[in-house]
Design a protein around this ligand. Structure first.
Ligand SMILES: Cc1cc2nc3c(=O)[nH]c(=O)nc-3n(C[C@H](O)[C@H](O)[C@H](O)COP(=O)(O)O)c2cc1C
Length: 206
């Protein structure tokens, strides 16, 4: 079992990364292969709506000038994808928005190839707007037919400065619980992932 955690914060060692590490710890204990991928700070660009992914159907974005295809290839191999972001003006970071739009579209263009995988969003927030960022991530998971496990609260952790989120006891516990729930869910559905329904009738507008 393989879980890919994507850190959308450009601030390495910051609150988002610390929360993702809390999610990964129980998965590591349960014997999963865990990977923390640093996407924040990379020069990611947005979708250019060329729709070439719908013509090429090769699990790739035609814009091969940044990390999107590398991340998407990892997403394809993962059983669970955890997307972490800081809250920026009540939404996800720019890097995560680029990932959502382009990985989401390439996935749909290729027959909803992310379907049946586990997806979880994790959000670092100082004060407000975290739920909106959380929703932005979950919208991509849901249209991609991914399975979203819950936790003991919505997956937010509170803090401004680096590592401050570790003082948010409830937020940290929520991350640990999320990791445990992903481990349980993954074990339960792994034997059935290959039989997840295929779809033929996806439309290009997403
Ligand atoms: C450009 C920018 C915009 C931000 N917008 C918000 C916001 O809308 N709401 C909020 O509560 N915090 C906001 N913050 C604070 C961060 O979300 C918060 O410090 C978070 O813990 C950072 O996570 P990190 O350490 O992983 O980068 C913003 C920070 C930056 C740099």
């Amino acid at each position: 079992m393989y879980v890919l955690a994507i850190n959308g914060s450009p601030r390495k060692g910051g609150n988002t990364e610390n929360m993702l590490r809390k999610v990964l710890a129980p998965l590591d204990e349960a014997g999963w292969k865990t990977e923390l991928y640093q996407l924040g700070g990379e020069p990611m660009r947005g979708c250019i709506a060329c729709m070439k992914c719908w013509e090429n159907k090769n699990n790739k974005c035609i814009l091969d000038t940044d990390k999107l295809n590398e991340v998407f290839e990892k997403m394809l191999r993962a059983d669970a994808v955890v997307i972490g972001t800081p809250t920026y003006f009540a939404d996800v970071s720019t890097e995560i928005k680029a990932l959502i739009d382009r990985a989401g579209m390439v996935g749909l263009a290729n027959g909803g190839v992310l379907g049946g995988k586990i997806g979880a969003g994790v959000v670092a927030v100082r004060r407000g707007g975290g739920i909106h960022a959380f929703d932005s991530i979950n919208h991509m998971f849901q249209i991609s037919r991914m399975i979203i496990p819950g936790s003991t609260y919505w997956n937010l952790g509170y803090g401004l400065h680096k590592e401050e989120v570790l003082n948010d006891t409830e937020g940290v516990a929520n991350m640990t619980n999320l990791g445990e729930n992903i481990a349980w869910l993954g074990k339960a559905i792994k034997p059935h992932m290959d039989s997840f329904p295929k779809v033929e009738n996806l439309v290009a507008e997403g």
